[in-house]
Ligand binder design. Structure first.
Ligand SMILES: Nc1ncnc2c1ncn2[C@@H]1O[C@H](COP(=O)(O)OP(=O)(O)OP(=O)(O)O)[C@@H](O)[C@H]1O
Length: 298
């Protein structure tokens, strides 16, 4: 369990993280979403005891990270894959981590294999690794102590589509066995497929959090008509909030209300359904609109 209560971090007059509270329960994957500079890394660094909070606090399984007797055995952390020692081989990197955590060194090669790094990769120096390989190595290190909790900052960075698919499977399996996962991303689509819960942060503040399916259900209605201009006019006249979606118009209202507005205006619809992920995408854009978000949903 990760418990974050009123976490705040100020840098001079700038508040990077502003009164953020959330819980991540065992058996769940929580996607921590927000555009660049929203405060995801700072929040995660505070949870892991690397950045002192200006106010508030966080615990993992009931204790602040720095008071965990053997942190690597409780929580696996991957915050910056590029920060690994470039002169060590992959195997040496994990051997050092194993020694630090008191893990049997025989666990090193299986851990590398688990993340798709074979014997050849294990012998190569980290400086020759691609970013994707470094992410895999970082994940192997995070998993080495057989922790119950994983905290991963943008773990999909540098992974190809097949690698992203593989990682989703690994995280899903970890959570299905009772583990707790918190992973960040600036791309909605990257976490949408694996997360049970979503946290959306913008400008240092949590702007939405909840069950992914509930957030999807609250994503409004997607509606289409042959005559889009007439449909838009009908929805505007009914006082509904309308945005352009890729497949039609996205309306912040239940399907029945949207259908009635169209009927009242005599507009024939060709489609009317819950907006699902398109709505969530729109919601994400709206909620983080104060920050540069366009790339957030690419
Ligand atoms: N050490 C620091 N000194 C001053 N400002 C900082 C420091 N670390 C972070 N910030 C600022 O805090 C804000 C949040 O940064 P943070 O790295 O947490 O965002 P993020 O959501 O993780 O984005 P990204 O994906 O770009 O890393 C940014 O405005 C950043 O410039």
């Amino acid at each position: 369990m990760i418990a974050v209560e009123h976490l705040t971090r100020r840098y001079g007059r700038h508040t990077a993280v502003d009164d953020v509270s959330f819980h991540c329960a065992p058996g769940t994957v929580t996607g921590f979403l927000g555009p660049n500079g929203a405060g995801k890394s700072t929040t995660m660094r505070m949870i892991c005891g690397l950045t002192p909070p200006s106010a508030g606090g966080a615990t993992i399984d009931g204790l602040p990270y720095r008071r965990l007797p053997s942190p690597g055995r409780v929580v696996g952390v991957l915050l910056d894959a590029s920060a690994q020692h470039a002169g060590r081989t992959g195997r040496e990197s994990l051997a050092v981590a194993a020694a630090t955590m008191g893990v049997d060194r025989h666990a090193v090669l299986p851990a590398l294999r688990r993340v798709g790094l074979d014997a050849t990769a294990a012998r190569r120096r980290v400086r020759a690794y691609s970013l994707g390989m470094r992410q895999r190595l970082g994940l192997a290190q995070a998993l080495l102590g057989d922790p119950r909790v994983l905290i991963l900052d943008e773990p999909a960075n540098g992974l190809d589509p097949e690698g992203i698919f593989w990682m989703r499977g690994l995280l899903r399996d970890f959570a299905d066995r009772g583990g707790t996962v918190l992973l960040s991303s600036h791309l909605l689509r990257e976490v949408e497929a694996v997360a049970d819960r979503l946290l959306v942060i913008g400008g240092g503040r949590l702007v939405a959090q909840g069950d992914k399916d509930e957030l999807l259900a609250g994503g409004g209605t997607l509606v289409r008509a042959r005559d889009t201009a007439a449909l838009r006019g009908a929805l505007d006249s009914a006082g509904l909030t309308v945005a352009d979606g890729t497949d039609g118009l996205l309306v912040r209202a239940p399907a029945e209300v949207v259908g009635r507005a169209a009927v009242d205006a005599g507009v024939v619809l060709t489609e009317l359904r819950p907006a699902g992920s398109a709505g969530l995408e729109q919601l994400f854009l709206t909620l983080t609109a104060d920050t540069p978000t366009r790339e957030a949903v690419r």
